[in-house]
Write a protein that binds this ligand. Structure first.
Ligand SMILES: [Zn+2]
Length: 217
């Protein structure tokens, strides 16, 4: 599965294709892959490990137990994974590691007084159109800013939702448009036919950057 995940990577800038697979407590597996957006600032880039977490979050997974990656995770991803606030085994080509080994003396939700982590309130993200955008906003993990936003995108006849995922370190957060694009790409789509935004104004700009035709509800 990891090779299939790697083949989903879209990396027009680096040509560096990363694949990942997450294994959840439910026994299900979630693919991850990097996505670069040519012509945009590099901060919009989605890393493979982030894609796995978005997939698991959308799938209603309650915990991620293992994460296999084709390359060693960057510092940004180690921090993003820390938001699980739970033990995680990371499987790399050169061995198995705990996240704690890869990110010692770390900073996480508990340091800001937040209990639980990104997968603490599992629910499956379903629906279509405006209803899906609203459901995605409701599903946001945003204990720091308390902002909520959701995106719904249509590729052909299929809809994909995106929630907003924050991180205790703030910067490796994932905006709802990135999240929705991950789900669409995992299903094999490369083109978006319609996109909707619902939620806090402050997240509209970030979503607009990666989905220029997005419409506010
Ligand atoms: Zn990374």
């Amino acid at each position: 599965m990891i090779q299939q995940a790697q083949q989903l990577a879209v990396a027009p800038i680096s040509n560096f294709l990363v694949g990942a697979v997450g294994r959840g407590a439910s026994g299900r597996e979630y693919p991850g892959f990097n996505m670069e957006f040519a012509g945009l600032g590099l901060q919009h880039t989605v890393h493979a490990e982030q894609a796995v977490l978005a997939m698991a979050h959308a799938g209603g997974e309650s915990a991620l137990l293992e994460l296999e990656v084709t390359h060693a995770p960057c510092g940004h991803c180690r921090q993003f994974l820390r938001e699980l606030a739970a033990p995680l085994t990371v499987i790399l080509p050169n061995g198995r590691f705990t996240l704690e080994e890869l990110l010692p003396y770390s900073f996480g939700p508990d340091d800001l007084g937040v209990s639980g982590g990104m997968l603490s309130n599992p629910s499956v993200l379903v629906g279509e159109g405006p209803e899906l955008a609203r459901a995605a906003a409701e599903k946001s993990w945003s204990p720091y800013s308390k902002m909520r936003a959701g995106v719904a995108i249509r590729c052909g006849q299929q809809w994909f939702g995106g929630a907003y995922l924050e991180n205790a370190a703030f910067n490796p957060s994932l905006n709802p448009a990135q999240y929705a694009l991950i789900l669409a790409r995992a299903a094999g789509f490369t083109q978006v036919d319609e996109s909707l935004f619902y939620g806090d104004e402050g997240l509209y700009g970030a979503s607009l950057a990666v989905l220029p035709a997005i419409r506010r509800l």
